[in-house]
Design a protein around this ligand. Structure first.
Ligand code: PLP
Length: 222
């Protein structure tokens, strides 16, 4: 099942779009099945769960942190995590930088931007992000590498709204690229699109989709 699901999705995605298989709440057996089908990028949203799974699974898996990250937990994932998608504060950037120095590593990160209409939870307000970047403090953080942006669209059936939100994220990306990262080749990622909206996201220029349910089935939250 998992293998077939992966193949179906991969066939649909353009070559240059990275598929992150979101394995949160799923057992290591499921991850191994995906691994054996060639999948290497996996996303988790909880630090402890990611660490536990990492210890039981092959070392060439690329782990993506996609959930809200508390500063006091950064130290557990920096040693191995490939990309942190959910950077949403200066304090978090500073903490990641500090832990990366200790690990003699440059940590790749994405800036999470709040694009949904829902009053939700996490992500930078884009205007606040702009002023934060104009204040050059972040440039001193030379052990993090900002590789692009991440966003989550509103959970709705209204495809036009979802499309507009992804389009807005792409515009945010373009602005950041030209204002701050025009000479940085590594600033090129737009992490957007989940099981319900990845087709729209790809049409709007996603470079990375984060898909769970369509690969592993519905999640059971206890
Ligand atoms: C759970 C999750 C996903 C995947 O959601 P599905 O609808 O199962 O594909 C993607 N991104 C984030 C940030 C998530 O928390």
């Amino acid at each position: 099942m998992i293998k077939e699901n992966l193949e179906r999705i991969r066939k649909e995605l353009p070559e240059d779009v990275t598929l992150v298989a979101v394995s949160k709440t799923k057992p290591v057996e499921d991850i191994l099945e995906a691994y054996q089908a060639g999948q290497r990028d996996f996303g988790e949203n909880k630090v402890q769960e990611m660490v536990d799974k990492k210890e039981q699974l092959p070392g060439d898996i690329r782990w993506h942190m996609i959930g809200h990250l508390q500063t006091n937990k950064v130290k557990y994932i920096v040693p191995f995590v490939t990309l942190i998608h959910s950077v949403d504060s200066m304090k978090l950037m500073q903490t990641i930088n500090k832990e990366a120095i200790k690990r003699n590593k440059v940590q790749d990160c994405l800036l999470e931007i709040h694009i949904a209409r829902e009053p939700s939870k996490f992500g930078f307000d884009f205007n606040e992000l702009l002023s934060l970047l104009h204040d050059n403090e972040w440039q001193k953080l030379d052990h993090i590498r900002i590789c692009g942006v991440m966003g989550m669209a509103t959970f709705t059936d209204d495809e036009d709204q979802v499309r507009q939100e992804f389009r807005f994220l792409h515009q945010c990306y373009d602005t950041l690229k030209s204002d701050f990262f025009s000479d940085k080749d590594y600033f090129r990622e737009r992490s957007m699109g989940m099981s319900g909206d990845y087709r729209i996201a790809v049409e709007e220029g996603s470079t990375m989709v984060r898909i769970g349910t369509l690969i592993f089935g519905e999640r059971n939250y206890l």
